[in-house]
Ligand binder design. Structure first.
Ligand SMILES: Cc1cc2nc3c(=O)[nH]c(=O)nc-3n(C[C@H](O)[C@H](O)[C@H](O)COP(=O)(O)O)c2cc1C
Length: 330
């Protein structure tokens, strides 16, 4: 199931992908993911097109690619008046396997920039941006969207945007089946994949509340028409999730946390490393029956070294783990 997906001549194997997650899917986390394998493509977190013009892409902990990473798709946040040609030219120097445009983010600060969900709503600007990216970028191009706004007429507006995306030369769409206003409160509406895929000839990658193979087993009919799967939060809690899809994986939970700590400490300056490790640990903590104590101890530790001591103390005792972590509130 979802063995491969080919877009614009690029074959991604398997068609199971780790979602872009701001402040989480940096190079250190993607390296951990690559250690386990089983993920057909990694995505960077959303990168501001303008900032890319100033950044050292070979060194940046967000942009650099570890040699163990295979397919890496760079996700962009573009504003209608961005110098797209320059941005793509610069990004091309790190040879992305593909470019993805974020049209889903609903954060007020991003909407103020006329980007992401705001760009999705603004049809003329959306068409202009997509066509310009397509003109400048010959490789695989995808977009990541939600269902749009839930206001009356949402189905027609959504179908109209799918047509615009298709007509602009985009190769694939990742669809997170929530409305913008849902944020993360409501469950993802998997039953709408069948309808959405019928609106376009582009392959649709399913996203939102996919927890592993069991989500598909529960309702195979919801996923029959999609071309691939994208998983975010559960892959942070369980970076071996993609490998486990193919067969049992034996996990040493303490060793995985320490490895993540080492990768983050190697990539980031100390104060940023603390923040990135705290964020990863929030998700990782959900594996354990006493994860709340683990998370609280780490959130209070002021340095990576202090976090390591707290983690060592926690893992010194046998820690019962949940069969499936509960991600509520993350
Ligand atoms: C902390 C966090 C950061 C996120 N950052 C991004 C991002 O940079 N780009 C993006 O397209 N989506 C982002 N998302 C949305 C995820 O990619 C994904 O669509 C969402 O989490 C639903 O998938 P899941 O239920 O498998 O986590 C983010 C979500 C979370 C929770």
């Amino acid at each position: 199931m979802f063995d491969s997906l080919t877009i614009r001549g690029l074959t991604l194997q398997p068609a199971r992908f780790c979602a872009p997650l701001a402040e989480i899917t940096h190079s250190a986390f993607r390296r951990l993911l690559a250690d386990f394998g089983g993920c057909g493509a990694h995505y960077t977190e959303m990168l501001s097109g303008r900032k890319l013009l100033k950044e050292d892409l070979q060194q940046s902990p967000y942009c650099k690619r570890h040699p163990t990473e295979k397919r890496l798709i760079y996700q962009l946040m573009l504003r209608p008046d961005d110098p797209i040609e320059q941005i793509i030219e610069r990004l091309s120097t790190v040879a992305p396997d593909g470019i993805d445009l974020n049209l889903a983010c609903y954060a007020p600060v991003i909407r103020k920039l006329e980007a992401c969900s705001r760009l999705f709503e603004n049809l003329p600007a959306l068409i202009r941006v997509l066509r310009e990216v397509r003109r400048c970028w010959p490789g695989p191009l995808s977009v990541k969207i939600r269902l749009g706004s839930a206001a009356i007429g949402s189905e027609d507006r959504f179908a109209e945007r799918l047509r615009a995306i298709e007509d602009s030369g985009v190769d694939a769409i990742t669809l997170h089946t929530r409305f913008f206003e849902d944020k993360f409160k409501r469950r993802s509406r998997h039953e709408l994949f069948a309808w959405a895929t019928a609106q376009t000839r582009l392959p649709i990658i399913a996203n939102g509340d996919i927890l592993g193979a069991m989500t598909l087993q529960e309702h195979p009919e919801h996923f029959r028409s999609v071309a691939g799967l994208m998983i975010g939060r559960m892959a942070v809690a369980r970076p071996w999730l993609f490998a486990a899809w193919e067969g049992p994986v034996t996990v040493d939970y303490a060793e995985v946390w320490r490895r993540m700590q080492g990768y983050i400490a190697a990539d980031f300056p100390p104060r940023v490393a603390v923040r990135r490790l705290r964020l990863f640990s929030k998700y990782y903590a959900r594996n354990f029956h006493f994860g709340h104590a683990f998370d609280t101890a780490l959130q209070q530790a002021p340095t990576v070294e202090a976090m390591r001591e707290k983690a060592d103390a926690f893992f010194a005792q046998p820690q019962p783990v949940f069969a499936l972590p509960n991600l509520q509130g993350l």
